[in-house]
Design a protein around this ligand. Sequence first.
Ligand SMILES: [Fe+2]
Length: 208
Amino acid sequence: MKHELLFGVPLFRYYLDPSEIKEIAEKKFKDSDGLPLNETPGGWDCNVHTDFDISRQNLYTHYYDDIMKQFSDDVGLKNGKAMIHESWVNYYKGGMNQEEHDHLPSFYSGIHYIKFSDHEPVHLMNPLFQMYNMIYSSGVRGCDDDALAAHPFSKQYCCPEVKEGDIIIFPSFIRHRVNAVNSGDARISVAFNINTIEGSTRRVFSPN
Ligand SMILES: [Fe+2]
């Protein structure tokens, strides 16, 4: 009997030279004198430095116009056009992290690795982990290597392999986290949320 996976979660990949954004981001955080640029946003349980509180100014969206055109095709939008409706920079120094969260009610979300060397990529959590864990792990309960090797699609999370300049885009319901950075180098990323201006009536953000 051949088994198959239904409703797999897509992960879209692109690349954009991050040099210009890197220069802007490094200056921005240098000028903040090592302090959180705008404080850690309320409700966040982490210590990442970020300009999220001005994400609706969408300062970085114009860098991704071509990527959004391609993404619109790739995601199969017939009448709509994907657009980034908010974007922000995350800046991690040693010990900084971001706790597990999602980006609902956005449509898709993206991460652009602006400065990235010996760092860990984002951890994308398996939205069906509890179900798989209950069904398949009764004999190998837990998340040890044996359990994960036995049932590769039941992994609790995956870390997509990325390098500096890579962009990954995934559905906004996928929970994710960044573990505490264990590197002497800063880790900088642009995060953004994607909506559609036409073709979707279910993922429309209020402008306020
Ligand atoms: Fe996020």
